[in-house]
Design a protein around this ligand. Structure first.
Ligand SMILES: [Zn+2]
Ligand SMILES: [Zn+2]
Length: 106
């Protein structure tokens, strides 16, 4: 049984799961983050094939007027504790959403 953890705040206990078709919709009662998990598919790393993954919140940004980037949504992604170790350790400190690898350009 994988450990369930809120990707946004790290909460592991105050989580509410609700069956939604094939998926389980999880709500964190501490920070209101919602995400879906597929009970039949364990996230695995596409680089090392490991399954020691940790959820993180990633920002979806859009370019607004001028050169300002604004966060329009967030999505939950899974990072590998081996390959993404550096990203994860800095993410755990502030827990602010990760920025996309590619920012929208003109
Ligand atoms: Zn949370
Ligand atoms: Zn990996």
């Amino acid at each position: 049984m994988e450990e369930l953890q809120c990707p946004a705040c790290g909460e592991t206990e105050d989580l509410l799961g609700r069956q939604n078709g094939e998926m389980i919709e999880v709500t964190c009662q501490r920070c209101d983050q919602q995400w879906e998990r597929d009970p039949n598919a364990i996230p695995t790393c596409d680089r090392c094939d490991g399954d020691d993954m940790e959820g993180a919140v990633k920002a979806v940004v859009e370019k607004s007027r001028g050169s300002q980037l604004s966060i329009v949504a967030t999505q939950v992604v899974y990072l590998c504790r081996v390959c993404d170790d550096r990203i994860l350790s800095s993410y755990r400190i502030g827990r602010s959403p990760l920025m996309p690898d590619q920012l929208p350009t003109d």
